[in-house]
Design a protein around this ligand. Structure first.
Ligand SMILES: [Ca+2]
Length: 216
C-alpha cells in the first residue's frame, strides 16, 4: 500500500483519487471498504409450503466473510476500464454469486456489468447491459474470478462505452443461497438468503458512485 492509500485508509472514509501524471498511467480510484458490513436478507419457510409466511430477517451481519468486499479499485486507462474488488473470502461454493458494476459516462451512457458464477450449476457469465432496459450490449469483456487471492476483476474495452472522456462507477457483490434445515417441531424448512455488500459504502442495495475518472 502506498502512502496516499494508507492515509486514505486511516481517514475512515478511505476514499481517494490517484490522478497519476503521465500519459501511460491510468486514472484510478481506490476505496477500502469496511469488513463485516455484509447485509443479509433471510426468510425461512416450511419445506412443504413455500407460499407460507416465512420468518424473515434483514440485518447487517458482521460474521459473514464470504463476498465481503474489503478493497475496490476503478481504473480508466487509454484502452479499458478495469473494475476490481478484493474480498475477505471468495469461495467456490454452491451459492449463486454476482459481481455487479454500474458505470456512467460523460455522454450519459448508463451501463451495468455483471459477472456471475455458480459452481454447482457450472454457470458463469460476464455481461455488459443497458441499465434502462437490461438489454445486452455486445462487448468482449475480460474477467478474472480468483478464489486463491479472493479477487474479481472485469475489464471493459473503452470502445464498448463509446470511448468516454470520463466515467463514474460503482460496484457491489450479491450472493444467493438456499439451505435446508429443521424447525423446533421437527419439520423440514428451507431458508433463502440474499447477501449484499456495496463496494464503495456501507449502504444496502444502493451502489455508491466513484468520482469522475478521466482517461489519461
Ligand atoms: Ca465490506
Amino acid at each position: 500500500m502506498n502512502t496516499l492509500a494508507r492515509l486514505g485508509a486511516l481517514a475512515g472514509t478511505a476514499a481517494l483519487t490517484l490522478g497519476l501524471a503521465g500519459p501511460a498511467l491510468a486514472d484510478t480510484f481506490t476505496y477500502y471498504d469496511k469488513a463485516g458490513d455484509v447485509w443479509a436478507d433471510t426468510c425461512t419457510y416450511p419445506a412443504d409450503d413455500p407460499m407460507a409466511d416465512g420468518e424473515c430477517t434483514d440485518a447487517r451481519d458482521s460474521t459473514i466473510a464470504e463476498g465481503d468486499v474489503i478493497a475496490a479499485s476503478i481504473q480508466h486507462n487509454a484502452r479499458k476500464i478495469v473494475l476490481r474488488v478484493r474480498y475477505r473470502e471468495l469461495t467456490r461454493d454452491t451459492d449463486f454469486h454476482v459481481f455487479l458494476g454500474d458505470i456512467r459516462t460523460n455522454e450519459h451512457l448508463h451501463r451495468g456489468v455483471a459477472v456471475g458464477y455458480d459452481s454447482e450449476e457450472g454457470v458463469s457469465f460476464a455481461d455488459l447491459f443497458r441499465m434502462s432496459d437490461g438489454n445486452d450490449v455486445r462487448c468482449s469483456l475480460g474477467r478474472t474470478v480468483d478464489f486463491t487471492n479472493n479477487l474479481i476483476e472485469v475489464r471493459i474495452p473503452r470502445g464498448c462505452l463509446s470511448s468516454p472522456r470520463w466515467i463514474q462507477a460503482g460496484m457491489g457483490h450479491l450472493r444467493f443461497s438456499e439451505t435446508e434445515g429443521t424447525a423446533e417441531d421437527g419439520t423440514s424448512t428451507v431458508t433463502e438468503a440474499t447477501y449484499f455488500d456495496d463496494a464503495l459504502s456501507g449502504y444496502y442495495s444502493t451502489t455508491k458512485m466513484s468520482p469522475k475518472l478521466f482517461r489519461n
